[in-house]
Design a protein around this ligand. Structure first.
Ligand code: BES
Ligand code: MN
Ligand code: ZN
Length: 501
């Protein structure tokens, strides 16, 4: 898809389709009034019909004398709440609305989006481009590339900036958005693929192919090396499956190098290719969704690829422990006591609390490789989904200044996280009779204790992002299909890019 930015009046730009975002109650004056007048009153008529009422509703209308085949009015919700996420979703909703249609070029009028973003046209251009790319993602096309249900693959995206705006910075911003959107889609594609297709070995092969394409180094640790190294928690989960585990380590930049903020950043992603629960097996209902339990790993693998496109050679590390959590004669049992890579003895009370086991060893290993700042991302708990739903991810952090960096990255990315507390008073509930700590306990406070478990496996500043609610939509939205959403990819990319010199 080519991106072109034109500074022009919205009624001057020929295209197949013109997207007209509307924030708040539309006032048909000024430019919106002129678009409406030239469309023969189409916008006003659609609005009068009550078509544009729910957030991200996208309605097609006849163009009148406008130089396009159709207009697409997209409601951005209330003007006061228009933010980066809204701007992106307006563009994504436009693309979803066009699923199955033949459209080659789309023009998006940026002014209503830029206005809500404090007249920041560059941010509007970035989020619009990212939204178009992310809105074009269709999970059905993974196994059925011939599907006729996918949004159209555009030849050209035309961003219509205000007359007199400098075009070059807007093109740069839009291309940045396009690259970040493509990275999110890479993560979504991998995450959506089924467990019979993407085993830990296959995920490692995919990571190797991505590393090759992007000039990254990669080290894939198999179960034998992991045993020599002492990754007892990682292996305790991985050994239950015929599909062996893999610890996937990727690096950009020179070993030992710091970024411009003096960091050696490591991103750690949970890669459970299928989470049956193991011996503590899950109920059958919706177990099929647990192929998405590798989304954290897919997200960090995609994030380092995206960073390498935007800042080649920027020092950073990703560690993705990949396993399949299965019941069987080789599985860990409830009550098994295993030794973690950092020397702690862990009592596995519940084999379904497997994410924290593999992440703990991966975090220790990231520190052994020299990481000075850690962020892990994981579909860790059902509790976070119950607490925060599908639109806000949970977070924990050990150091306030590090959390401030993560939160600032999230704000730039236009993604929502809610920081939850680590509560030292609950530590006694995590004590084990046989070892140093248990991996699971009573339901009350389990979300907090999931963070507190991971908190025992780092010595440098650390943050944990729980995307169990946000990573995978179990229903479709106007701006996204069912399945992997790409959540947290952009935040991690922004966090890494903060260290660009
Ligand atoms: N992968 C699940 C969490 C999950 C649940 C992700 C729903 C996405 C949607 C995780 O491994 C898990 O099973 N967590 C348990 C923890 C419990 C055993 C302490 C849970 O949330 O019930
Ligand atoms: Mn589990
Ligand atoms: Zn899991």
């Amino acid at each position: 898809m080519q991106i072109r930015v034109v500074s022009a009046r919205p009624w001057e730009v020929p295209a197949d389709l013109l997207v007209v975002p509307v924030a708040g109650e539309p006032v048909f004056a000024d430019e919106l009034g002129e678009i409406d007048r030239r469309s023969g009153g189409e916008l006003r008529a659609l609005h009068a019909l009550g078509e544009v009422r729910t957030a991200y509703a996208a309605v097609l209308g006849a163009p009148g004398e406008l130089p396009v085949r159709r207009i697409l009015m997209v409601w951005a919700g209330k003007a006061e709440t228009l933010d980066r996420e809204t701007a992106r979703r307006v563009a994504a909703s436009a693309m979803r609305r066009l699923a199955g249609r033949s459209v080659g070029s789309v023009a998006i009028w940026l002014a209503p989006l830029a206005k809500g973003l404090g007249d920041d046209e560059a941010t509007a251009a970035e989020q619009a481009a990212r939204g178009v790319v992310e809105g074009g993602f269709e999970p059905k096309a993974i196994y059925r590339p011939d599907t006729d249900e996918a949004p159209p693959a555009l030849d050209e995206l035309i961003l219509v900036a205000a007359p007199g705006s400098a075009v070059a910075p807007l093109v740069a911003a839009a291309e940045r958005g396009q690259i970040i959107g493509e990275g999110a889609n890479l993560a979504r594609r991998l995450a959506n693929r089924s467990a019979n297709d993407v085993t830990p070995v296959v995920l490692a092969e995919e990571a190797a192919a991505i590393a090759e394409t992007h000039g990254l180094s990669i080290d894939v640790i198999d179960e034998h090396r992991a045993a020599e190294m002492g990754m007892g928690m990682f292996l305790a989960v991985g050994k239950g499956s015929d599909n062996p585990p893999r610890m996937i380590v990727m690096r950009s930049g020179e070993e030992g190098a710091q970024d411009s903020l003096g960091r050696r950043l490591a991103l750690i992603g949970k890669g459970v290719c299928f989470d049956s629960g193991g011996i503590s097996i899950k109920p059958a209902a919706r177990m099929e969704e647990m192929k998405m339990d590798k989304t954290g790993a897919c997200t960090v693998i995609a994030a380092i690829a995206t960073v390498s496109r935007l800042a080649p050679g920027l020092p950073m590390l990703t560690v993705a422990p990949a396993v399949e959590n299965m019941p069987g004669p080789h599985s860990s049992r409830p009550g098994d006591v295993v030794k973690a890579l950092n020397g702690k003895w862990v009592d596995i009370i519940n084999t379904d609390a497997e994410g924290r086991l593999i992440l703990g060893d991966a975090m220790t290993y990231a520190e052994q490789l020299g990481a000075t700042h850690l962020v892990d991302v994981a579909t860790l708990t059902g509790a976070v989904a119950r607490a925060l739903g599908t639109m806000v991810s949970g977070a924990f952090a050990s150091h306030d200044p590090w959390w401030d960096h993560v939160a600032a990255a999230a704000a730039r990315a236009g993604e929502r996280f809610w920081r939850l507390p680590l509560v030292p008073d609950y530590a006694p509930e995590m004590e084990s009779v046989y070892g140093d700590l248990v991996n699971s306990g009573e339901a009350e406070g389990s979300l907090v204790r999931s963070g507190m478990f991971l908190d025992r496996f780092h010595t440098v500043p650390w943050a944990h992002l729980d995307i169990a609610g946000t990573a995978y939509y179990t229903k479709r939205y106007p701006f996204a299909p069912r399945g992997a959403s790409g959540a947290a990819h952009a935040t991690l990319v922004e966090l890494a890019l903060a260290g660009k010199s």
